[in-house]
Write a protein that binds this ligand. Structure first.
Ligand SMILES: Nc1nc2c(ncn2[C@@H]2O[C@H](COP(=O)(O)OP(=O)(O)OP(=O)(O)O)[C@@H](O)[C@H]2O)c(=O)[nH]1
Ligand SMILES: [Mg+2]
Length: 415
């Protein structure tokens, strides 16, 4: 693996330089603002420094340098343009989430090394204590000589345990460690091991497309999920960003006709944002509303929360989706609370996977110290996470999902 730093006036400029030199296979490991060297820095000029990693191929050769091209995932024009536009739209959200990361990465290694040292101290104290108890001679003779693990092995173990503490499922923690490039020499520095595991985890999280504008007509975006996870609040947050920051034409629909209060909650947000609001009882009504709102950019659809075991409601949802799919370009987000137990999340995610493809939104990150479920459900569903929310405030408490930040949490010691 190659790890290298690039500097530019903006994050994109630094990344462009990295892509030029290393190709498109790079993974961003860290982004931080640095002062310019020399007298310019003295006067406060700042630059953005990105640290990127590039996986070497199996033979250990550097990945062949490719000319910088557009991201492969970007469709050709006019789709390419719309996606680039979406990325720009997203960047205002993204900038917020990267701000506090740099400090964490710097302290991460120190934390882990300190902990390693603590464990060593506890072990040697225990060993001293054992020595005070006279050992039975013949028993000691029979005990096979244990090979002391190397510093590198101890460090890998520590990373593994930290993941478990953060509630990454054992199966996935094992997978990550097994897939991380093995140090070839016993004296490989531990920051190399850390960078390796870190990069593997970022790759595992992947990248969501987020909300994309439609090629033609409005983009219809449906939010589904269990009761009380924060679907309506999340719609209000996103709708507000698109309306106020991006000046897009947004409309809100709700098919949550089971509770009057639910429709009223979204109507209140629509009134505040001064955007159209419709209650739709059936798929036909949803289609009629979409037709009526054909010159809008985004139509966000709130749905009723219900148990994933309620097959009748899931069938209603499927029916609605079928009709909307025939009418407009649409996307679905499954909204899950990060505070829900992993086993329940698995069941919910599976039952919705039976009716549609979706991207994930995790809410209530402020209510849990454990980020493990994010990794677990991403890997369980093979579905990327698009947004995370971390509080009740509309519109502030939402971010585009930032894998770097999440991985740093997963490798940080929980207090
Ligand atoms: N702490 C915290 N609370 C949140 C977050 N997102 C939403 N909430 C709160 O969770 C509660 C339920 O939110 P709603 O948006 O009504 O949830 P819903 O999924 O639409 O619920 P139903 O329509 O009943 O299925 C409200 O009190 C929200 O303020 C979050 O990120 N963190
Ligand atoms: Mg709701």
């Amino acid at each position: 693996m190659i790890i290298k730093k690039f500097v530019g006036k903006t994050e994109e400029e630094a990344l462009e330089a990295a892509r030029k030199e290393l190709g498109n296979g790079i993974v961003t490991m860290n982004v931080r603002t640095v002062k310019k060297k020399g007298i310019a820095g003295f006067f406060g000029a700042r630059q953005v420094e990105v640290t990127v990693a590039l996986e070497e191929d199996r033979e250990g050769l550097k990945t062949v340098k490719r000319p910088a091209q557009r991201q492969e995932a970007e469709p050709s024009a006019p789709g390419a343009q719309t996606e680039a536009q979406a990325v720009r739209n997203a960047s205002s959200l993204m900038a917020e989430s990267s701000r506090n990361i740099e400090k964490k990465l710097d302290s991460l290694q120190t934390l882990l090394v300190n902990r390693l040292q603590q464990e060593e101290n506890t072990k040697s104290e225990q060993a001293e204590h054992r020595e005070e108890i006279p050992a039975k001679e013949d028993a000691a003779e029979k005990e096979p000589v244990k090979q002391e693990p190397t510093e590198q092995e101890k460090f890998i173990r520590l990373l593994y345990n930290t993941m478990l503490e953060n509630e990454v499922d054992e199966k996935y923690a094992n997978q990550i460690i097994a897939e991380a490039e093995k140090p070839e020499k016993p004296d490989v520095p531990i920051d190399f091991i850390l960078a390796n595991v870190y990069q593997k985890m970022i790759l595992k999280f992947g990248k969501a497309t987020g909300i994309l504008p439609a090629e033609k007509g409005p983009r219809v975006i449906l939010f589904m999920g269990p009761t009380g996870v924060g679907k309506t609040t999340t719609i209000a947050k996103i709708a507000s960003r698109f309306t106020v920051d991006e000046k897009k034409k947004v409309a809100l629909l709700t098919s949550d006709t089971y509770r009057i209060a639910a429709a009223e909650q979204l109507r209140t947000y629509a009134n505040i944002l001064e955007v159209p609001f419709r209650v739709v009882y059936t798929g036909e009504e949803a289609c009629a509303a979409i037709e009526e709102l054909h010159d809008f950019d985004y139509i966000f659809v709130d749905t009723a929360g219900h148990s994933h075991q309620n097959e009748e409601k899931l069938e209603d949802m499927k029916q609605m989706l079928r009709m909307v799919a025939g009418k407009a370009e649409y996307q679905v987000f499954l909204v899950l609370s990060a505070a829900t137990k992993y086993r329940d999340l698995q069941k919910i995610a599976s039952s919705y996977q039976e009716i549609t493809d979706y991207q994930l939104i995790f809410t209530k990150l402020d209510e849990t110290g454990a980020y493990g479920n994010l990794m677990n459900i991403k890997l369980f569903t093979d579905t990327p996470i698009a947004f995370v929310t971390n509080g009740q405030n509309v519109p502030d408490d939402i971010e585009l999902f930032n894998p770097q930040k999440a991985v740093k949490q997963l490798l940080s010691i929980r207090h």
